[in-house]
Every structure is written in structure tokens, then in C-alpha cells.
Write a protein that binds this ligand. Sequence first.
Ligand code: BES
Ligand code: MN
Ligand code: MN
Length: 462
Amino acid sequence: MQTIQEYIQQNKQRFLEELINLLKMPSVSADPAYNQDVINTADSIRESLLKAGCDTVEICETPGYPIVYGEKIIDPNLPTVLVYGHYDVQPADPIDLWDSPPFEPIIKKTEIHPEGAIFARGSCDDKGQMYMHVKALEYMTNTGNLPCNVKFMIEGEEEVGSESLAWFVPRNKEKLANDVILISDTGMIANDIPSITTGLRGLSYVEVEVTGPNRDLHSGLYGGAVANPINILTKMIASLHDENNHITIPGFYDKVEELSKEERAEMAKAPFSLEAYKNALAIDAVYGEKGYTTNERNSIRPTLDVNGIWGGYTGEGAKTVIASKAYAKISMRLVPNQEWQEITTLFKKHFESIAPAGVTVKVTPHHGGQGYVTPIDNIGYMAASKAYQETFGVRPIPQRSGGSIPIVSLFEKELESKTILMGFGLNSDAIHSPNEHFGVWNYLKGIETIPYFYQYFTELSK
Ligand code: BES
Ligand code: MN
Ligand code: MN
């Protein structure tokens, strides 16, 4: 029987070409200008799944972008793996900061990826990682190595909050029934230190608007005599953290799960170099909540960050003006057991309450989602761990991530199964940033590791 290693050796050029073609499609879900490209990308995923051996593949219409659903059921008595991924990507801007055009993929060597990395928007998040599953399926069906049933559900709105998927899942519980959900949309510590993501943070995303006078004013004639919305907004935002970088919203920490000393000691064993971390970001110090390490700050602790802020005059030169309005987009990353709607409400109440007389404040909630933690004493995690040991030669480290895939907690609620997060990206792959890339080695390693997951999961299910 042909091994996955042999199969990759023979087909790797084609595997790369196919991914490159997929990356040429600008499936930006946030920007309506790309509407047709997003739809075309769904069609292309459908073709790929059919070619890889799915028996049926449907384009499932939703109130938003379609969900591509495919399956290969070999025996209803065998376990079923449900693969989730997303074919949409983040906007590419600022385009000027890319060294090569975001939708013209090229392979370049880097220090971390001496075998080359594919540079393109979506290469790592998530087209490259999602496509590893399509190629792993191709191997398993072509060589008669598929040990169980498989379902694919690939959505087109992950980067904008998965609203349509949240609509789709409860309506299709039977179709989506499974024994484990498998996702590659996260990262690992390093190519020689594989890790499996055991936690995701939740999210509450809001936009705020501060309104002062009914029109923009001359900053000389009126300055000092009326509330300047930008001054006020920045003051309000600054007050959201205290001197220890704790968040000041009343009730914000009430439900935060506190880890035990033992759990924190276990976490601290994961290899981490503060010097390398600072060097990679060209910063001279890290910054964050007092009493917690960098790895704790970005995984087990909740945060509040301004993602964008605007108002007034930002063009060339100087214009003397007091703007009528100021705006900011604010995200809060949440941890178990914070409820995202509740946090959104707490934020709104607090933010409105700290507005001084002279301005009015409007808080508009965007999207959100619950955090997720997966235990490591289940057969899904065990199967993944064995798969990594097989292909990396070392046991992977369980690690909580700071990122969010809000739909995962909904999967658990609606489909009652655990999600296993087998991510093969690196933090340095610049997802959501200019020059996003995905290591060729990582891409092929993912394809190599996935079939072992199927094998061990099926064996452990017996
Ligand atoms: N794939 C990421 C999430 C991620 C990346 C988790 C790396 C862990 C490690 C996903 O596409 C993403 O970007 N999610 C968004 C949330 C969404 C609601 C826009 C995020 O985390 O900002
Ligand atoms: Mn993603
Ligand atoms: Mn993303």
C-alpha cells in the first residue's frame, strides 16, 4: 500500500500548484466588492472536494455566503469526522506594505522557512490549512486508506463572524452529525515543537461613537469652551485600564476562570523565549496585565484593545478643527466562562456611564462568540497527539491560543461533539497582516499528519 509520505513525494508539485490557484481568488468576505470572487471560491472548493473523492458535494445557500458541504460515507457504523474550515480571507490592505501582490502567490525562502513559504492572503488563514484536509482526503480515497466516514463543511464568513454558519448548523444537525470535529485554523509553537491548540478565546466586538457639537468647529473660536469628542473619547478609552493594566469595567472579571497554581506551572513548561519574542516584533519590552506572564496574558486572560480610531482631520498638512464626532472599534478577548453578550452589555453600560456632560455616546455591538477549552483526556485529542508523534517524532504540547473561532463553542452546543484543533501555522506567518505566508514544509506536514489522525481516531473508537 502506498504510504502518505510516498504519495506526497510524488504529488507535491501539484499540491502546491492547486493551492496557488486557490490563493489567486480574492475571497474577501468583509468587502462587498469581492462578492463574486467569494462565490466563485465556494464553487472551486466544491470541485476540489469532488475530485478528492467526496461522494456528494453541495453548495448550501444561506442568508449570506454559501457553505460548501461534502461527504464520503463508507459505513454508517464507522465513526465520522467532520472537517471545518473557511474559504474566506481577511482584506489585504494596507496593500502598500506587501512585498508582492496579495493575490499573486509566490514561494520565497525565509529564515524560519528555509524550504520556502507561499506568500499570499489566506495562505495560512485558512485556505492553505483547509486545503491540507482536501489533499489528505485525496490520498486516503485514492489509495483505499480512508478508515471512517468524513464530512466537510467549509464556510465563507469566518472572518466576519460566521453569522450564516450559526444559522445553518442548528438547521442541519442530522446532516452534520459526527463523532469529532477536526479543524486546522490555528498555529503551533515551532516546526520542531508541535503543539495542539486546546483553547480559544471568546470575543466581544463593539463600535463606539462620541458626539459633541452639532457640526465641526473652528478650534480657535470654540477650543477650550466645548467638549472635543476626540479628546473625550481617548480619555474614556484610557480609563478602561488601570495602572496595573486591569480592565476597569465593573463585573468584567466576575466569571473569569482562574487557573490553579498547578495549571499555570504546567503552562509555563511550554518552551518560550522572551528575547526571541521581543526581537521578532522589534519591541524593547512586553506590556500587559500585572501578575501574569506573556503566555498567560495572551491566552488565559481577557483583554480589551482598540482596533481602530478615527475622527477629525487626518489629511495632508494641518486643519484647525474640533470634530463633531469621534469613533473607535474595540475588541475584548474573553476567556471561559465569560458570556460574550453579557460582556457586551457590561461594556455598553459602563462606557455610557463614563461619558461626561457635553457629549453623547453610542455603543453598537458587532459580533462575538464564546471561548472554548477542550480537555485532553478524550480519544480525539489522543488520536491527534499520536498522529503528531508519528510525523514529528515528538509528543505535541497542549496549548491554549489567544485567537478566536467563535463558531467552535456553537458546534459543541448544537452538535455535541468535541473539536480538535490541529493547526500547522506559526505566529510569524503574519496572518491578517501584510505578507501573510505559510511554510511549504508546514503545508506538506499537515497533509502527512492528517491521515494518521483518521487512523488512530478510528482505532481508538472501537
Ligand atoms: N484562524 C483565525 C483564528 C486563530 C488564529 C486562532 C491563530 C488561533 C490561532 C480566525 O480566522 C480568526 O482570525 N478569527 C478572528 C475572529 C473572527 C470573529 C473575526 C480573530 O481571532 O480575530
Ligand atoms: Mn482562520
Ligand atoms: Mn482569520
